[in-house]
Unconditional design. Structure first.
Length: 254
């Protein structure tokens, strides 16, 4: 029997943010997942245990999704994994697997989503494991986090997509750890030039978009980082120190 959803929000001390530590195998309920089209079902064909989420994708049901929600983020990186497979019941050679699985996350309660991966589904296969790390700082502390998996039918596809064994693991960040040796950056919001409060021990500065895609890296920077080539929006600035430590700060480019 798989473990039922465990949701921890460690806020008992002012020294710590919460954290997301959750597992869900759908053995007893949907837990913190909201389903559109997918439903909890019992079968011996699932990845483990007796229950999983299942959706028949065909011309009459072109899409379906499941979404996990939590507001217990600590701001640290989030390790995500889940199992998935395609299936037809009964086995029928005339039924074609033609579709895709879209994986994405949100930090603003689903108002906007950042893409993680799109996987083509073209054949029947047994269980595979999807893994991904959402980097530190991309889901700020106590933000309204959502993780969504969507199945889509393509052309003449008629098949089942099965999802199971979701796991979310996140470390707790202590305020003392965040503030220790942290170099300040200003102003924020910024127009063209971002200043470092102390650059002598900085090895490099990396600027990424909110999906984690690196846009620019400045090695051995001085006190000013030029950002005039970036469009207006939100970015993550990573300060990499000579001693091997690093920290992320979200900035807004005007």
């Amino acid at each position: 029997m798989k473990k039922f959803l465990l949701s921890l929000s460690i806020i008992g001390s002012s020294l710590f943010f919460g954290q997301i530590n959750n597992t869900e195998g759908f053995e007893t309920s949907n837990g913190s997942f909201t389903n559109v089209g997918f439903f909890r079902s019992k079968s011996a064909s699932f990845c483990s245990g007796e229950y999983a989420l299942i959706r028949n994708l065909y011309s009459g049901a072109l899409t379906g999704s499941t979404t996990f929600s939590s507001s217990a983020s600590s701001g640290a990186a989030i390790d995500v994994s889940f199992s998935y497979r395609t299936f037809n019941y009964p086995l029928d050679a005339s039924k074609k697997v033609s579709g895709e699985m879209v994986v994405e996350y949100s930090k603003d309660d689903g108002q906007t989503y950042s893409p993680i991966s799109t996987i083509d589904l073209t054949s029947i296969f047994t269980c595979k494991t999807f893994t991904y790390k959402i980097q530190e700082g991309l889901v700020p502390a106590n933000s309204k986090f959502k993780f969504r998996v969507t199945g889509n039918q393509k052309t003449d596809g008629d098949f089942y997509l099965i999802l199971d064994d979701f796991k979310f693991t996140q470390a707790t960040l202590a305020v003392s750890e965040l503030s220790k040796n942290k170099i300040g950056i200003y102003p924020n919001p910024v127009s063209d030039v971002l200043n470092l409060s102390d650059y002598k021990n900085v090895k490099s500065v990396t600027v990424s978009d909110i999906t984690g895609r690196q846009l620019k890296t400045v090695a051995n920077p001085d006190s000013a980082i030029q950002l005039k080539d970036l469009k207006a929006g939100s970015y993550i600035v990573t300060i990499n120190n000579i001693d091997g430590t690093s920290h992320n700060t979200k900035i807004i480019k005007k």
